[in-house]
Structure formats: C-alpha cells, structure tokens
Design a protein around this ligand. Structure first.
Ligand SMILES: C[S@@+](CC[C@H](N)C(=O)[O-])C[C@H]1O[C@@H](n2cnc3c(N)ncnc32)[C@H](O)[C@@H]1O
Length: 246
C-alpha cells in the first residue's frame, strides 16, 4: 500500500505494475486526457536543453520519456531503465515502432542502485515513479550521482495539491474515478486505488525541492502542470569549478 516502505513496498509496486503493464499506456491516456504526452515532452526538453551527451530515464515504464529524450538535440544515446522485464519489453517495441532503436537502450535495473559509474550522463529524468520508490532520497541521490557536473536532474511527478477549493473539488473525484476506470479498463481496481493514495503520501512540491537542494543540486526550481496536480522539478549538479555547459 501507499504507506509501505522498504522491501515490502518494492514487492508491492513490482506486483502492481506487472499486473497492469498491458493497459498502462491506455490508462495514462484516459486518466490525463492525453496530457501526459505533453508533460513528458516538456520534461525531456527541460532536461536536455543546452546539454550534449548521453541521457538516462529512470523507471521508464513503457519508455515514453526515454524516447522523448532520444529525440532532443544533443542527446547522443538514451538509456531507459525499469525494474520490470515486461515494461522494458514494451519500451523496446515502442522504440522499434518509432524507428528509435539505435538511439536508445532499454534495460532492467533498480533505481535505488543504478548500474552506472558516477558522472556518466548529461541528464537524468524520472516520470511518475518517485512516489513508488521504497526510498525516495536514495533514488534521487542515485540520479544525482550518475549525472555529470553541470548536468541536470528532472523529476515529473504527481503532487499533493495545496489545500483549497481546487483540491476540495478534485481530490474526491480522483479518489473515486481512478479506481473505477482502473476496474473497467485495466480490470484492476486496487492498483488504481493505490494511485490517489500514493499521491496523498508523497512529498509536497516545496519539500521535494528542498530534498533536491539537500542532495547538492543547484538552481533547483519547479513548475506546476495539469491544474496543480503535477509538478516538474529540476536542478543542476554543481560543476567542479563553477558552471558552464559543454
Ligand atoms: C507509474 S510507472 C511510470 C512509467 C514511466 N516513467 C511513465 O512516466 O509513464 C512507474 C514505473 O516505475 C517502475 N519502478 C518501480 N520501482 C522501481 C525501481 N525500484 N527501479 C526501477 N523502476 C521501478 C515500475 O516498474 C513502473 O514501470
């Protein structure tokens, strides 16, 4: 469940995404009215802007964000990494169907222990996945570790809404509609009951920005998207002797 931690959460999340992987893309389109595509495009643009070199998308799922990164100018090769073999297979087919197989490597791996040396990538992204991590800070610190100095870390994530009228209207709809669509379309009510609860348990956008700064990133900022339901955060890894993009 949303409040689980450690190995128990990892198992729960792996089981949940294995069950829904076949309907994952369709559910994303339905739940966001297709807006997740634009958000991912914006995230990739923010991540790659002005940089040159390899990119990584952590917890890539069916690969959307990795493929957006692969299309950005300056991105020489993109890695899409996910815990689940089934998600990786779907991401590989998507890359092939878009003629991008040569520009991306989709692979299995754990976000909490990335199989790459320090300073390997020009930028790192994670989309809609931090909430599912057994240890959010460890996942972020791995992204920071593998990004090279002056590189960028960018996080696209659902965000708990600030209290107010919009939240009072939106929250009950989200908590009731997501499980209903989940049952009707993915045949899995419980997976989509977890979704709104996992947002409630996640860091508020300001706290996530503080965590990124605490991990040493500079120029940390965020922008809200989707009527405040989503936030994109970014930060720059300090250069060894000041900044200066390659
Ligand atoms: C909600 S999906 C997001 C997929 C994709 N990034 C997107 O934006 O559509 C979460 C993904 O995180 C993956 N995941 C969960 N825990 C992980 C971990 N510890 N390491 C790598 N991937 C993980 C799941 O397998 C799933 O594909």
């Amino acid at each position: 469940m949303a409040e689980l931690r450690g190995a128990e959460k990892r198992r729960y999340v792996a089981d949940l995404f294995s069950r829904i992987s076949g309907r994952y893309d369709l559910m994303n389109d339905l739940m966001t009215l297709g807006m997740h595509r634009r958000w991912k495009r914006q995230t990739a643009k923010l991540a790659a802007q002005g940089l040159r070199g390899p990119a990584i998308d952590v917890s890539t799922g069916t690969g959307d964000l990795a493929l957006e990164l692969a299309r950005r100018p300056g991105m020489e090769h993109t890695v899409g990494l996910d815990l689940l073999r089934d998600m990786v297979a779907r991401a590989e087919s998507k890359a092939a169907s878009r003629g991008l197989s040569a520009s991306v490597t989709m692979m299995t791996g754990d976000a909490l222990s990335l199989p790459f040396a320090d300073n390997s990538f020009a930028c790192a992204t994670a989309g809609f996945s931090l909430r599912n991590m057994p240890d959010v800070e460890q996942a972020l610190s791995e992204m920071v570790r593998v990004v090279r100095p002056t590189g960028r870390v960018v996080i696209l994530e659902l965000s708990p809404m600030s209290p107010g009228l919009r939240s009072a209207l939106f929250r009950p709809v989200f908590h009731n509609l997501a499980p209903l669509i989940g049952r009707l379309v993915a045949g899995d009510r419980s997976a989509y009951s977890y979704l709104p609860r996992s947002v409630d348990h996640f860091l508020e956008a300001g706290r996530l920005a503080e965590m990124l700064s605490g991990l040493g990133l500079e120029e940390v900022a965020y922008r809200r998207l989707g009527f405040g339901t989503v936030a994109v955060h970014w930060g720059v890894k300090p250069g060894q002797s000041g900044h200066g993009r390659r």
